[in-house]
Ligand binder design. Structure first.
Ligand code: ZN
Length: 389
């Protein structure tokens, strides 16, 4: 797979300490040899190299996880809670106007703003997310990457960017394009995962999708370089599934080429290394649990064709000791693709009832939801292996 090397996303320096994360294979993307880099100059943490923009664009187009079939596209409880937290920050905005959300997924946040009286629009790479937004909230969103959208400059009063900036190759350029959309003194509401409290990160925190990991300083620096001034910053360390930082910023039009404050590269490295130690022992626990649960088992079905499954293949030995009959995923866009050579299929009730083999749920965030679906809705009697509960 084609990869891209990056200079520091915050300060532009090209040297940094490399911490390898290991190789794994992602459905629709290929094998990734993931590495973290900590900038020597400003302590910013990012992945480097990263999959080339074309590979990422293709991935987000066909492999979004935002249209969970068992919820009919409705947001999960964590998203509902997050949307309330995010909206609280714009309570004091002077007037209702035109809002545009970049990466709006199935449009729940936009539907909340619409209820408040905002005129809403947005974009998302996934065509199936756009369909859900239309069906559920009657919101017509644009399909595609924000970078390729042609939008009238200055036509928007509020830009929303929730959990987007950690995915983009050049955050300052991306924020700059968002700024150009905004009217003079327009506002940006942004949220990203926050580089604090590694004890709250959970296993598999460094997925290939999150190529930038922002500290408060790093986010403020990128905002300032792109012509924004932060008006309010909120860090929520208790947020699920990991701590986040939410900021309301105002477009100033003055791009400042300096860092707000650098982070100490050694402190960041120590934080990452301590986390990776915990992460390794958590995967060891899962490996042991699997080895026990799969004693005497020849064949299993894996539920979940996402990054968690890639990590499971990469971090456990027990999963390689059994035959994986197939992988099930509710997202039709993944069907027919392969992960570690195993085919991804849709939910087929008849085969599930007839294939009397154990099912391993390979998802942390949705484990309970999937478990209840299998036991209560499908009434499956077969053995179901949960890795976290
Ligand atoms: Zn830097």
């Amino acid at each position: 797979m084609e990869t891209l090397k990056r200079n520091c996303i915050c300060c532009g320096a090209d040297s940094g300490q490399i911490i390898p994360l290991g190789k794994y294979s992602v459905a629709g993307v290929g094998e990734i040899d993931a590495k973290l880099k900590i900038c020597d100059a400003c302590g910013c943490l990012m992945q480097d190299p990263v999959p080339a923009p074309e590979a990422m664009a293709k991935y987000y187009k066909v492999l979004s996880n935002y249209t969970n079939a068992s919820r009919d596209g409705l947001p999960d409880p964590n998203t509902l809670k997050a949307n309330r937290r995010q909206l609280a920050l714009i309570d004091d905005l002077p007037k209702l106007g035109r809002a545009y959300e970049i990466g709006c997924a199935t449009g729940h946040m936009l539907s909340e703003l619409k209820k408040l009286g905002w005129n809403v629009n947005g974009c998302d790479p996934s065509p199936s997310a756009a369909k859900v937004a239309k069906d559920l909230w009657d919101i017509q969103i644009q399909t595609g990457q924000f970078e390729e959208m042609s939008l009238a400059p200055g036509g928007v009063d509020l830009v929303l960017m929730m959990h987007v900036l950690e995915h983009v190759h050049n955050p300052v350029d991306f924020l700059g394009k968002a700024a150009s959309l905004l009217a003079e003194n327009g506002s940006l509401l942004i949220e990203v995962p926050c580089l604090i409290r590694p004890d709250k990160w959970g296993n598999g925190y460094f997925t290939f999708e999150h190529i930038n990991i922002f500290s408060e300083n790093a986010l403020l620096s990128c905002l300032s370089r792109a012509g924004f001034q932060a008006l309010a910053i909120k860090i929520d360390a208790e947020s699920e599934p990991y701590p986040v930082i939410t900021a309301l910023a105002r477009k100033t039009g003055a791009n400042k080429p300096f860092l707000v404050r650098p982070d100490d590269p050694e402190a960041v490295a120590a934080m990452v290394k301590a986390y990776l130690k915990t992460d390794a022992s958590e995967w060891m626990r899962i490996d042991n649990l699997l080895a026990n649960e799969l004693l005497g088992v020849d064949e299993v079905i894996l539920w979940g064709g996402g990054v968690h499954t890639s990590q499971l293949f990469s971090h456990t030995a027990a999963i390689h000791a059994v035959d994986i009959k197939y992988v099930i995923d509710s997202d039709p866009q993944k069907h027919g693709l392969k992960i570690e050579g195993v085919e991804i299929r849709g939910i087929d009730f008849v085969s599930l009832v007839n294939d009397i083999v154990p099912i391993i749920i390979s998802s942390k965030a949705y484990e309970e939801e999937i478990y209840l679906y299998l036991r209560k809705e499908l009434q499956l009697k077969t053995k179901i292996v949960r890795l976290y509960n």
